[in-house]
Design a binder for this molecule. Structure first.
Ligand SMILES: [Zn+2]
Length: 191
C-alpha cells in the first residue's frame, strides 16, 4: 500500500466514527491553526481546506532554521542569511532553478489532517496536573511527562468546545495552535 493510499484509508477510518458536527469542529480547528495570521510557527506548503472531512495541510516549522541545509532543488549546501528565510550557497549564489528562484532548504514537514487535530485535543484532554514551582499545578503530557504550556481558562474553554463540538466553550488562534503543537511536538513549543 502506498503512503498516500494508507493515509487516505486511515483518514476514511477516522472519519467513519465521526459525526458531521465533529468533522466540522475538527476542520474549524485545523483551519484556525493553519490560517494563523502570522501568530503561528507553521508555514503551509500545501493546504486543502475542504469541508467534507478531507481537509489537510503539509507544513514546516518556520522558526526551526536548519543550520546545515541542502537546497531541495539544486542540492548544494546552503546557509541562512539573516532572519528572512533567505539562503546563500557556498559560492555566494542566492538563487537557482529555471526560472531562477530562491534556494529552498530541505526541511522536516508534517502532514496535518483531522486525525492530527483529534490527537492534539486528546493530549490536552488527557493531560495530568503536576505541581510546578511558582506556577502551581499545571497540565503535563500524560505520556511523555512534558509540561504542555497550555492550561487555565483557555484549556477549560477549549475542552468545553471539545465536548460539545463548539456549541459551548470557546477557542481562538492560540488554542488552535496549541492543539496543533501538542499533536506534532507533544507540547506547546512557541505560544
Ligand atoms: Zn538551490
Amino acid at each position: 500500500m502506498s503512503e498516500a493510499t494508507a493515509t487516505t484509508a486511515r483518514q476514511a477510518a477516522g472519519n467513519a466514527r465521526r459525526t458531521p458536527e465533529r468533522i466540522q469542529f475538527l476542520t474549524d480547528l485545523l483551519s484556525g491553526a493553519i490560517e494563523h495570521s502570522g501568530y503561528g510557527f507553521s508555514t503551509a506548503i500545501e493546504y486543502e481546506p475542504a469541508d467534507d472531512s478531507t481537509a489537510y495541510a503539509v507544513i514546516f516549522d518556520r522558526f526551526d532554521i536548519p543550520e546545515n541545509a541542502t537546497c531541495e532543488r539544486c542540492k548544494v549546501r546552503i546557509e541562512p542569511v539573516g532572519p528572512w528565510d533567505v539562503w546563500t550557497a557556498t559560492d555566494g549564489s542566492r538563487v537557482c532553478g529555471e526560472p531562477a528562484d530562491r534556494h529552498e532548504p530541505v526541511r522536516e514537514t508534517w502532514r496535518v489532517d483531522l486525525d492530527t487535530i483529534a490527537r492534539g485535543l486528546g493530549i490536552i484532554r488527557n493531560a495530568v496536573m503536576r505541581e510546578v514551582p511558582n506556577d502551581g499545578p499545571v497540565p503535563h503530557n500524560k505520556v511523555t511527562g512534558e509540561r504542555l504550556y497550555y492550561g487555565g481558562e483557555s484549556r477549560k474553554l477549549l475542552m468545553q468546545a471539545d465536548r460539545t463540538n463548539g456549541d459551548e466553550g470557546d477557542w481562538d488562534v492560540i488554542s488552535a495552535l496549541a492543539v496543533l503543537e501538542c499533536a506534532i511536538f507533544g507540547a506547546v513549543r512557541y505560544n
